[in-house]
Design a protein around this ligand. Structure first.
Ligand code: PEP
Ligand code: MG
Length: 578
């Protein structure tokens, strides 16, 4: 049994066999196969060799390689791949030791490489690098298959990976992928956010996982405590099965709150909205008792299809979301591409610091055709329901004015063709930089509402990359600097009489709910599966208790002290969560 501690990013318990994906540069774990699976592995092996050879022949032909040294390298690689005794060694290992093709390839090539590396002749020892190269090439073909397997799963698995992209995560078949664990990542990386939206238990930042796992392992992903257990002993497995049953009961009990208002014990109404990445998630928001969409991350339209969406693609997606929620609000955020949200193909600026680079509204303002296409679709959808538009990462008034000017241009275009739209569609902005938080008073004069994006606000205020596991312990909403900024924005929004919500992950965090209410926040937009839990907290407290807690927190100077204090308060209300 091996227990690993990482960062809990999506609650719940998953117990299943592992599936390792995204395995470039991985050490391949020893996985056993059944005797009946031998021939399948041998066929995979043959195909991988054939594809690798064809690939090398094509590269050689296409590049018209003149240089003799490079020709030599290709020749060595091809000779190796054609060498029968070498192939036989690998297939013998699969047949005799009942291991997967990738394990046999990796084990034998590494053995040869380390043998070469140890020879006291520089020409031969340098050949070790060639062997590793060949290993990588073969593994790429063998493991490519894994992705296909992932697309045709028949039994429940937990995904283990070095890292996952948000789109990979969103593409998981939820009927079979019941949990995931990654070596890298942080609590508010977009992969984690998608996992939370999908309600898949997940733990990230676990360090090397692959060497501990084999195909017949059992893996427990404990998304509540941020723990992954590999090959649990009987007692641990029994305890976890029991814990998982309790969690299921707890969740179904919470779901009974669905039709009750999110109202404090002393009668203060709180609006609970959902964050979505895809229009079909809007249904889940309503099913969980949400009152609309507070953040629709539309850039996922880009990330998923691999092609630039057309105006109709945008419109259809928005129309679907609006249809699902009826008259309730839908806040459509204009595309927030960049940093960790990059399309599969196409645009990919070469930047040393993408998080500080051409991302989000900055990118939209530089690519007006793309921006206008989206705005046209949002405006057209605005007649279907209570649609609102929101611009992300606004850092100053000029940016807001520019974005609004473009929106007006698009309105004029629509007027010309008599296309209907809501001329009074509310226009809001996300507050996610210290700059906008500190000048919220100015921005409030020209915005209809604010939504505080705490994920980026924390990243930019504390100078901590939100997706970097090496600094994840520094990423905290409990830092006094963050709490002061939030207070400032809430007060400025209140003074200006405009709407205010919080849509960063802090709004999904049961520990922070009382504090946010005590700071004056009355609208939260969160991951749909978390709505019942947050509602339960709201219904269990009075605003006076929240105000008192907020006053107390304002006197504290240490994030740890604040976090412990908040946790104690939340645990008293919802002991099952902690
Ligand atoms: C945020 O930054 O808090 C936010 C909600 O936006 P995203 O997570 O999509 O960057
Ligand atoms: Mg953001």
């Amino acid at each position: 049994m091996e227990i690993r501690k990482g960062i809990a990013v999506s609650p719940g318990i998953a117990i299943a066999r592992p599936m390792l994906i995204d395995s470039k540069d991985y050490r391949i774990p020893r996985r056993s196969i059944l005797p009946s699976q031998r021939s399948r592995e041998i066929v995979r092996l043959r195909k991988a060799f054939a594809t690798a050879l064809t690939e090398l022949e094509q590269i050689e032909a296409a590049q018209n390689i003149e240089e003799s040294k490079i020709r030599d390298i290709f020749a060595v690689h091809m000779r190796f791949l054609r060498d029968r005794s070498f192939r036989r060694r690998i297939s013998d290992m699969v047949n005799n030791e009942l291991v997967t093709a990738e394990y046999a390839v990796s084990a034998i090539l590494r053995e040869i490489a380390s043998h070469f590396a140890g020879i006291d002749d520089s020409y031969i020892s340098e050949r070790a690098a060639d062997i590793y190269d060949i290993e990588k090439r073969l593994l790429t073909h063998l493991l490519g298959k894994r992705q296909e397997e992932l697309d045709h799963l028949r039994e429940e698995v937990v995904i283990l990976a070095r890292d996952l992209t948000p789109t990979q995560t969103a593409g998981f078949n939820k009927s079979f992928v019941i949990g995931f664990a990654t070596e890298k990542g942080g609590r508010t990386s977009h992969t984690a956010i998608v996992a939370r939206s999908l309600g898949i238990p997940a733990v990230v930042a676990l360090g090397d996982l692959s060497s501990e796992v084999s195909a017949d392992s059992v893996v427990i992903v404990d998304g509540n405590r941020g723990v992954v257990v590999i090959d649990p002993d009987e007692e641990t497995l029994r305890q976890y099965n029991q814990y998982a049953r309790q969690m299921t009961q707890f969740i179904s009990k919470l779901n009974e709150l669905r039709d009750l208002p999110a109202e404090t014990r002393d009668g203060i109404d709180v609006q609970l909205l959902g964050n979505i990445e895809f229009p079909n998630e809007a249904e889940m928001v309503i099913a969980k008792g949400g009152q609309g969409i507070g953040l629709y991350r539309t850039e996922f339209l880009y990330l998923y299809g691999g092609q630039e969406p057309t105006e109709e693609d945008h419109y259809n997606a928005y129309a679907e979301a609006v249809r699902s929620v009826g008259k309730r609000p839908v806040v459509i955020r204009s595309m927030d591409l960049g940093a960790d949200k990059l399309p599969h193909s196409g645009w990919r600026p070469n930047e040393a610091n993408p998080v500080l680079g051409l991302r989000s509204i900055r990118y939209c303002l530089q690519d007006l055709p793309l921006f206008k296409t989206q705005l046209r679709a949002i405006l057209r959808a605005s007649v279907l329901g209570d649609v609102r538009v929101m611009f992300p990462l606004i850092t100053n008034l000029q940016e807001l004015r520019q974005a609004k000017m473009i929106l007006r241009d698009v309105m004029e275009d629509l007027d010309e063709y008599a296309v209907p739209y809501n001329a009074h569609m509310p226009v809001g902005i996300m507050i996610e930089t210290p700059s906008s938080a500190l000048t919220a008073g100015l921005l409030a004069n020209e915005s209809d509402f604010f939504s505080i994006g705490t994920n980026d606000l924390i990243q930019y205020t504390l100078a901590v990359d939100r997706a970097n596991e090496h600094v994840s312990t520094l990423f905290s909403a409990a830092e006094p600097a963050i709490l002061r900024l939030i207070r400032n924005v809430v007060q400025d929004a209140f003074k200006a009489g405009i709407g205010l919500s919080i849509c960063g992950e802090v709004a999904s965090d049961p520990e922070f709910i009382m504090l946010l209410l005590g700071m004056g926040v009355r609208t939260l937009s969160l991951a749909p599966p978390m709505i019942p839990e947050v509602k339960k907290i709201i219904r269990s407290v009075t605003i006076e208790e929240c105000n008192e807690l907020s006053r107390k927190v304002a006197t504290m100077d240490s994030p740890r002290q604040i976090k412990n204090y908040l946790r104690d308060a939340a645990t008293r209300i919802l002991p099952e969560t902690f």
